[in-house]
Design a protein around this ligand. Structure first.
Ligand code: UN1
Length: 500
């Protein structure tokens, strides 16, 4: 990857100050080491949290539209750096460049969105039961926000959180995945240069902590951080959730998915097949919204399997490879562990498979973990597929009635994204009512959500909502305020009399 050797240095102004001997950062493209960084010490993190507290005290008093102006400028800086940053995303996490660009676009979009929100941080005025009383809700800044992000969306998910947290008047501390710290440092550099060009922006408004799970846990345990927004596996959520609850902090969790598309007899396959393909093999199956299960009406399952198998064969022949190449659709898995997990999942299901294609290693001399996407046809859903596998691995499961389809659909412990392919309005509405997921699409796949909607899911996905709609409320505290403007002795609520 020597042709990209200067990219990190170009995008990260003070790169040398992060160098060390603790954390080897590799590119999944060929497994070569890009850089070795130092992990931050407990006292360094402590200082950063203190800095974030100080920055918060200044920033919360800056008018929200002015805070929005900073985020707008950051969005403009992202526009200017889009190609470079997208290339670094691809270099560091291995998603194809087209998707790397999409990821940076997602950051730009959320900056635009947050700018608008910066003028809409409003609460309710509520009718009081007492005369000459006014009751209202105030939304106030919360404090330093801890953001823990995953390798698969190394920058966009941070941007969802930080853009909103910043316009809401908070400071941010970001612990990126130890697999993708360079993209985080590049964003940090860009953000700092935008801050330095605007008056009134405090030092330390947004900071990065380089490290592994231990450094993330220090943030999790720190009572000075009122909200931890964490994206990652259900295992990670299960570990940090109780710790945050134990100190009465707030957790915004975006954890594992096990997303399904239901294909009904009335489905238009010209719409369904491309959605299944993108959801299953896009980002090498490493999105939390990736399509893991396709629940197909029994009369169609043969046809759907054949059509998909054909597409998988074409992908296997010429579309797997270096994610920087414009012809590639499927890049590498993040590392050898991910490849081993995929093989483990295939081994567990092999005995139950009616048909199984793909899953083999390709480009074995490349140094990266490249796999053929795998498609597994089952005769029924199996508990072997209840846990999330972050790989291009999709199961086809037959159903007879729409009620049964939803039962199969909701059986897994996760509840992030779901979809139905149908031209029957009754089925579509039935699906939306009974899908237990945070996202339920009709004739659209499970992945690739727009930023304008609230993003997140139920059950083991963690219940958090990020990005659009009213997700900004997670980054603020709600205050109920009742004011009496009369001159008589004020009335008590509930009609209570308390006369001397
Ligand atoms: C993730 O995988 O953590 O909906 C986020 C999508 C993207 C975000 C995925 N917009 O697929």
């Amino acid at each position: 990857m020597s042709e990209y050797a200067d990219l990190p240095k170009r995008l990260i102004h003070n790169l040398d100050s992060y160098r060390g001997s603790d954390l080897e950062v590799k590119t999944p493209i060929d497994g070569s080491t890009l850089i070795t960084l130092k992990v931050e010490s407990s006292s360094e993190i402590n200082l950063k949290v203190r800095g974030a507290q100080e920055a918060f005290r200044v920033w919360r008093d800056v008018p929200a539209p002015r805070r929005g102006e900073l985020v707008r400028r950051f969005g403009d800086a992202l526009r200017a750096a889009k190609e470079d940053l997208a290339t670094l995303v691809t270099l560091e996490c291995g998603k194809i460049l087209e998707e790397g660009r999409g990821e940076v676009q997602e950051m730009i979009d959320i900056c635009d969105y947050a700018l608008g929100i910066s003028r809409q941080l409003y609460g309710l005025t509520i009718a009081s039961e007492r005369p000459q009383h006014v009751m209202q809700e105030n939304w106030l800044p919360l404090g330093p926000i801890g953001i823990i992000s995953a390798f698969n969306f190394p920058v966009a998910v941070w941007a969802w959180n930080s853009a909103l947290a910043l316009v809401c008047g908070n400071s941010c501390i970001w612990k990126p995945s130890e697999k993708t710290p360079l993209t985080a440092l590049a964003c940090q550099s860009l953000f700092e240069s935008v801050c330095s060009q605007m008056d009134g922006v405090p030092q330390g408004l947004s900071q990065v902590v380089i490290g592994t799970a231990a450094q993330g846990e220090q943030l999790v345990d720190d009572p000075r951080i009122p909200l931890i927004s964490a994206t990652g596996s259900t295992r990670m959520g299960r570990s940090i959730g109780p710790k945050i609850a134990g100190r009465f902090g707030r957790a915004l969790l975006e954890l594992g998915g096990n997303n399904a598309i239901i294909v009904t007899p009335s489905a238009d396959l010209a719409v369904a097949i491309p959605s299944i393909l993108f959801g299953s093999v896009g980002t090498a199956g490493q999105r939390c919204t990736s399509t893991r299960r396709v629940i197909v009406h029994s009369t169609l399952i043969d046809r759907v399997f054949r059509t998909l198998a054909d597409a998988y064969r074409q992908i296997g022949e010429s579309k797997i490879g270096n994610p920087m190449d414009p012809g590639t659709l499927v890049g590498p898995l993040i590392d050898e562990d991910a490849f081993a997990n995929m093989q483990g999942a295939l081994d567990r299901i092999r005995g139950e498979a009616v048909e199984l294609i793909g899953g083999e290693r390709v480009m074995s001399k490349s140094g990266g973990a490249y796999a053929k996407p795998a498609l597994v046809r089952l005769s029924r859903q199996s508990n072997a597929i209840y846990s999330e596998t972050f790989a291009p691995l999709t199961y086809l499961i037959p159903y007879e009635t729409i009620e049964e389809a939803l039962e199969i659909h909701n059986q897994v412990p996760q509840g992030l994204s779901s979809a139905i392919m149908t031209t029957d309005i009754r089925e579509a509405e039935y699906f939306k009512r009974y899908s237990d997921c945070g996202i339920a699409n009709v004739n659209i796949g499970t992945s690739g959500a727009e930023i304008g909607g609230a993003f997140g899911g139920e059950k083991e996905t963690g219940g958090g909502r990020e990005s659009g709609s009213d997700s900004w409320k997670a980054y603020m505290r709600r205050q109920t305020s009742t004011t009496y403007f009369g001159v008589e002795r004020p009335a008590l609520a509930q009609g209570i009399r308390f006369d001397l």
